[in-house]
Ligand binder design. Structure first.
Ligand SMILES: *[C@@H]1O[C@H](CO)[C@@H](O)[C@H](O)[C@H]1NC(C)=O
Ligand SMILES: *[C@@H]1O[C@H](CO)[C@@H](O)[C@H](O)[C@H]1NC(C)=O
Length: 760
């Protein structure tokens, strides 16, 4: 396996299966019992060994165990498929399990079948992010870890889940953008911390014990799979220190520091040990086969032993792939790496296993030991999957309030489009069929929609129905791991189908877009015959029901786009391989994301309508913030009379007294319409000019319910050092001095930041 890139299909099956298969498996298994699995380690016979003593501090147990292992035994523990040590009563362990949006069988550590035929499938992450509801993210993590732990107890999953994927969705064409929480560092960072907290649910002394162990991946600036001949195994991303610090690394830092994640996965060419400087309490795993790729494709090291030694010395603790098991012994024998370094790696992995209770004997006697088959796909879990889809769905267009449709007026509905096939089961049984009689015509037989297609039959169905719902967009044939898109348009003849059906439709036409990445649907946005447009991501097992509930008004949509929807010209002009976030006026490079790109958009980041309307007012916000500098800093930039820093200056975050620098903004939200609704308040800040800082940055967000014709107040906290700083060209975070502006909807508020150097 080393030498050839890993099979690309292994890790994205979860999203492929998303709409249909697992819905069925989820309903079939309630109320069964499973046999408990035997102890992973420290069963009765071995319980006297010191490393098995639950009451002893974990680091002492780890030290004891490492002291008992031979070099060969140690080396076989450095890989995902770790060998057992039978003489010490330790079983083999497969580290690779995944749970991006539900426990999945993408990694070899998890398999379905028997008492566990399936798991609850939540929407793909990009849609869940669109809810802008951090408590939902944490709740999903808790449910997923209930199911993961239940499957572990039944012997069908590991406890180490290599999720979430929190890379910044930098380019709209990225095939794996769907797995991420979008383009904004704050959203991605809060998603990472919330989902990880939900998954790990730390407990016990110093909250050191873990329900399951999560993993934030792929560190860092990994967001290209295969685009016009550039693939991730050979692509050498050139990223500035500035973009790393204030864009790409932000979610990882928050994942480690706020989420306290137990692991970070490094992408193909970056095993640098960097996360350790944020005090990662856990292990670093390589992306699968990356150590082999690092040697074979990138020719970085001259012998396999050098590659193994370099990886371990750089801080890698676990190799997803066989390479370290094959070459580390040789590397130690040739003196390229010391056994002590191997011990450091093992200490990190064994510590996590001990924190998971794997060395505590019988699983059934441990906290979470009673979770079993009835805790997988329980009614509560399934309703959370529906809730997540409902909260994420984004209403992009709603001309003359065409939506919601009233079930009493629209009795017959044509359901058209290639993605209506993928969701046929749900639409028939739980979806639109609950509200209206449906006439189903695919129009395009598949998502690529090339060549001869049954468009005419769909046109006829639309002509004969009271309303038409087109379920269009992408699937895994267009965007996936190892598959980036080349343009942002609907594939093949989909656009033609939409236009023809819309113009023939007797009643309103509703366009439902399934996709992870953005689509240029300007044609539909401008077409008055397309009354409404919804974006539904890949909505998971309850997607059909959620779409119907939104269309027929049982749920008022409140999702907002977590990415910028660029026009096709963006893709035509900007190479995917250009990693720069910041615009470069000198060569016409437009920059990326709402933070740096100011060109035309199809829909902006944060766009999302509701069936009601909301207005904001700022009830309280500071007008001036004083940054006190720690020690005698900054006099070079200060006004010698006043001691204040000059306005063009920007203070280093490490020089500021950050603990004093929290600010609160109170916002009143009024629901001025006649329906209750949920609303995400997005608070942006713009710094003073002249710094190559983002011209706008999300600094806080909060989702709240507001009843019709009433008002609610929300408090948004801003951490000045984290949220109002940006990186300079050297990657050093600074707080710009001068006038900053807050934006909430159409409301603005300005405040100034000044700095005082002590002793002047
Ligand atoms: C956020 O999600 C939780 C579920 O975790 C839900 O109970 C709550 O109502 C949601 N908040 C809003 C404003 O939608
Ligand atoms: C320093 O502050 C004083 C008082 O506000 C002002 O008059 C002076 O112009 C400032 N000097 C500089 C160099 O900005």
């Amino acid at each position: 396996m080393a030498g050839s890139p890993p099979p690309p299909h292994r890790r994205n099956r979860s999203s492929l299966l998303l709409p249909v298969l697992l819905v069925l498996s989820c309903s079939a298994l309630l109320g069964q019992g499973a046999e408990a699995r035997p102890a992973f380690a420290c069963g009765k016979e071995f319980a006297h060994l010191p490393f098995c003593r639950r009451t002893m501090p974990v680091h002492n147990r780890v030290k004891d165990l490492i002291g008992r292992l031979t070099l060969q035994e140690k080396i076989r523990l450095l890989v995902n498929n770790a060998a057992g040590v039978p003489r010490l009563g330790i079983s083999g362990y497969e580290w690779w399990s995944e749970a991006l949006h539900g426990v999945s069988n993408v990694g070899p550590g998890t398999r379905f079948g028997g008492h566990f035929p399936g798991a609850t499938i939540f929407p793909q992450v990009i849609l869940t992010a669109a809810s802008f509801n951090a408590s939902l993210w944490e709740d999903i993590g808790k449910v997923v870890s209930d199911e993961g732990r239940a499957m572990y107890n039944g012997g069908q999953a590991g406890l180490t889940f290599w999720s979430p994927n929190v890379n910044i969705f930098r380019d709209p064409r990225w095939g794996r953008g769907q797995e991420t929480p979008g383009e904004d560092p704050l959203v991605a960072g809060r998603y990472a911390a919330s989902y990880v907290r939900g998954l790990q649910q730390p407990y016990g002394y110093e909250a050191n014990r873990l329900k399951v162990a999560a993993c934030c991946k792929h560190y860092t600036a990994y967001d290209l799979d295969n685009w016009k001949g550039a693939d991730r195994f050979h692509f050498n991303a050139r990223v500035t220190k500035q973009d790393l610090e204030d864009t790409f690394n932000v979610p990882f830092k928050r994942c480690v520091m706020e989420g306290k994640v137990a692991s970070v996965m490094c992408s193909y060419n970056q095993v640098d040990g960097v996360p350790t400087c944020w005090e990662l309490n856990g292990y670093i795993v390589s992306d699968c086969d990356s150590v082999g790729v690092f040697y074979n494709s990138q020719h970085y090291a001259s012998t396999p032993e050098d590659a193994a030694a370099d990886a371990i010395k750089a801080g890698l603790d676990l190799d997803c792939g066989p390479f370290l098991a094959q070459h580390t012994e040789g590397a130690v024998r040739k003196g390229k790496v010391q056994e002590l370094q191997v011990n450091y790696a093992l200490a990190n992995t064994l510590t996590v296993q001990m924190r998971l209770g794997m060395f505590d004997g019988e699983p059934s006697e441990q906290p979470f030991g009673k979770l079993g088959p009835s805790d997988v796909c329980s009614p509560a879990h399934q309703s959370l999957a529906l809730e997540a889809a409902l909260q994420g769905i984004v209403l992009l267009k709603n001309d003359r309030l065409a939506l919601p449709l009233s079930a009493s007026r629209f009795r017959t509905v044509a359901v058209v489009g290639p993605n209506s096939v993928a969701t046929a089961t749900m639409i028939g049984n739980y979806g639109i069929g609950r509200y209206a009689r449906t006439i189903h015509q695919p129009g395009c037989n598949n998502v690529p929609c090339a060549g001869n297609q049954p468009i005419d039959a769909a046109v006829t169905a639309a002509r004969e129905s009271d309303a038409t719902i087109l379920v269009m967009g992408l699937d895994q044939s267009q965007e996936a791991e190892m598959k980036d898109r080349e343009n942002l348009l609907l594939p093949g003849r989909q656009q033609e189908l939409v236009s023809k059906v819309a113009s023939a439709s007797r009643g309103p036409t509703v366009l439902v877009l399934m996709s992870g990445g953005p689509l240029d649907v300007t044609f539909a946005n401008n077409n008055p015959k397309v009354a409404a447009i919804l974006w539904v991501g890949y909505p998971g097992q309850a997607g059909g029901a959620a779409i119907a509930d939104v269309i027929f008004g049982a749920h008022n949509p409140g999702g907002k786009l977590p990415t910028t929807w660029y026009p096709e010209e963006f893709a035509a002009k900007v190479p995917m391989t250009d990693m720069a976030m910041r615009a470069d006026p000198a060569n016409g490079y437009p920059g990326r994301s709402y933070r740096f790109y100011r060109g035309p958009v199809v829909y902006p980041f944060g766009h999302g309508l509701s069936y009601t309307s909301f207005s904001h007012s700022i009830a309280h916000a500071p007008t001036a913030i004083s940054v006190n500098l720690a020690g005698r800093r900054g006099p070079a930039q200060a006004n010698s009379t006043t001691g204040r820093l000059l306005s063009a200056a920007a203070v280093r975050v490490t020089h500021a007294r950050c603990d004093e620098l929290a600010m609160d903004v109170l916002v009143d939200v009024e629901n001025t319409g006649d329906r209750d609704g949920a609303h995400a308040v997005l608070l942006f800040a713009s710094p003073p000019g002249g710094h190559r800082a983002p011209f706008r940055q999300l600094v806080a967000f909060e989702k709240l319910h507001v009843q019709a014709q009433s008002r609610a107040r929300v408090r948004l906290g801003i951490d000045v050092c984290k949220d109002l700083s940006f990186a300079d060209a050297n990657g050093i975070r600074r707080i710009p001095i001068g006038e900053h502006t807050l934006h909430i909807g159409d409301q603005k508020h300005t405040f100034s930041i000044h700095a005082a150097a002590p002793g002047l």
